[in-house]
Design a binder for this molecule. Structure first.
Ligand code: ADP
Length: 502
């Protein structure tokens, strides 16, 4: 008799997998058994460095030390039973380090950092936008790694020269961790992280010769690129988990996509955090977006990974924070649910949360937050309800754009993140999309994705078994009539138009 295949599709053995989740504000380590149950976890926050307005940095040595500390806490006493370590990481953030000493030559420039916005504008003026989109699937923006790397090479004394001499290495945070964990033996990254650098060709699956020249990056600095679920080397002696294989690495959003088992074309995951991150698996063909969505790569063990369409909403849970912290009309985020449910509708009020402009599919940086439909009878409850509804409308906008780009209806939408705890929001989202929303009982989708990728990498399960295995979840079904939905969406469209009026 073979080993039993348990509920979650993993082959049952009494061993553990350690998922590292190196995020923007903290480093975490989560230990799973091979049935997919979380056994232990630890988290350590680290410093956010803001040298100037709009600039964001992290100390790479602190990223490393915090990650090692939580690894140690979680693995102590059971190191011998851990099969694999896997990594999910904050995407796009850039580290450059000395090949001999391992010391970074500058702080990590974080994905949020806007310091290279002018440089991106210059490149756009020189006409590079289309080329960059064709090769990388990305919009020319300071968010991605290439111009951040360029900034370090230009502004750190001697960096350019040393990079040309082969003395320096570049990596996203996964590469930096892998290099240190393997004692400098492995300089590698995975497809999902490489795809965010704006130097990687998502069609040939290799560093793009032209882009490497345009951004003037010595090729010797670049890591080797391999599938997300594959062998990244062995943790070296002296480190926590020494001798254990690093079996997976992926950008955090793509790890979450795997954690939601979005392995099928047309399946979407949406993380409702401060902002929303929506990723849709589009299968083996890249989908060109006409609506400003990003085309990127999914995490898998395959030599040719699936493609992904990605869109984000800048202000999602942030609207709830605004009600709580600036407006003071609710005392906790959770209270928004009871208050919203105390009325039957928003009383005709729409809030467009364009605090910093509107992203996909509008891309209007000059739009600003707007409230429409106020009448004398509007209460605090209507206002709170309108704020939660605004999150669902913005998600509708992005899902609708994805469907039009794909030319098909989305098949499945899974939700996670802080604001996905809100039952009212989930129900209204189902209504407004006229689609079921699935909310898994286990909310750590990113870490679970890393665990799945490690299991795939080690042959503990295959993709098909994993995809079809049931997972405990709640399903929010649509109940609204199409007439009502159409009327609400008309109102939303009108409100967005007002938010965009100059
Ligand atoms: P991030 O990773 O972006 O910090 P989280 O996934 O931790 O985000 O989610 C935090 C966000 O979720 C906050 O903006 C908070 O206001 C919102 N949030 C948390 N709980 C609720 C709730 N019950 N209802 C609505 N919003 C919530």
């Amino acid at each position: 008799m073979g080993s039993p295949i348990k509920e979650n599709g993993l082959n049952a053995k009494k061993k553990y997998i350690l998922a590292l989740d190196q995020g923007t504000t903290s480093s975490r380590a989560i230990l799973f058994d091979t049935l997919g149950n979380m056994v232990r976890s630890a988290q350590k926050e680290f410093k956010q460095i803001y040298p100037r307005s709009g600039w964001v940095e992290h100390d790479p040595e602190e990223i490393l030390s915090s990650q090692l500390e939580v690894m140690k806490t979680v693995s102590s006493g059971c190191e011998n039973e851990i099969i694999s370590v896997g990594i999910a990481n904050q995407r796009e953030s850039v580290v450059v380090w000395d090949k001999t000493s391992g010391k970074s030559i500058y702080n990590a420039i974080v994905w949020q950092c806007r310091r290279t916005a002018d440089e991106c504008k210059r490149l756009a003026d020189e006409g590079y936008e289309d080329l960059i989109y064709e090769r990388t699937g990305l919009t020319l923006d300071a968010y991605f790694s290439a111009t951040k790397l360029g900034w370090i090479l230009e502004n750190v004394s001697g960096a350019k020269e040393r990079a040309k001499n082969g003395e320096l290495l570049f990596g996203t945070v996964d590469s930096f961790l892998i290099w240190h964990l393997t004692g400098g033996r492995v300089h590698a990254t995975d497809y999902t992280n490489a795809a965010r650098t704006m130097l990687f060709n998502i069609h040939t699956l290799d560093w793009d010769e032209d882009l490497v020249k345009i951004f003037d990056v010595p090729k010797s600095m670049l890591p080797r690129v391999q599938p997300s679920a594959s062998d990244f080397g062995t943790v070296c002696a002296g480190m926590p988990c020494a001798g254990i294989e690093i079996s997976a690495a992926a950008g955090d959003q793509q790890a979450a996509l795997a954690g939601h088992k979005c392995f099928e074309k047309g399946s979407v995951k949406n993380t409702y955090g401060t902002g929303c991150f929506l990723l849709m698996n589009t299968g083996s063909e890249p989908v060109v977006s006409k609506r400003g969505l990003i085309t990127t790569l999914a995490a898998s063990g395959a030599d040719r990974p699936d493609y992904v369409l990605e869109g984000s909403v800048f202000a999602a849970g942030a609207v709830v924070q605004w009600l709580r912290d600036e407006m003071g009309i609710i005392s906790s985020s959770a209270e928004s649910e009871t208050v919203a449910k105390s009325v039957n509708d928003s009383g005709g009020v729409y809030i467009v949360p364009a605090f910093t402009g509107l992203g996909a599919p509008y891309w209007d940086a000059s739009a600003r937050g707007t409230v429409t439909g106020l009448s004398r009878g509007v209460t605090r409850a209507h206002f709170v309800r309108a704020a939660l509804e605004s999150i669902a409308y913005r998600v509708f906008d992005v899902v609708h754009a994805m469907e039009r780009d794909l030319g098909e209806k989305v098949k499945r939408i899974s939700a996670d993140g802080g604001a996905a705890k809100n039952n009212f929001l989930m129900s209204f989202q189902a209504d407004i999309l006229s689609r079921e929303i699935i909310r898994p009982a286990f909310t750590e989708a990113t870490a679970l994705g890393v665990m799945y990728l490690c299991a795939l990498s080690r042959g503990l399960c295959d993709m098909k078994t994993l995809a079809s295995a049931p997972a405990e979840c709640e399903i929010f079904r649509p109940h609204m009539t199409s007439e009502k939905r159409d009327a609400l969406l008309e109102g939303w469209k009108a409100a967005v138009m007002r938010a965009r009026m100059k």
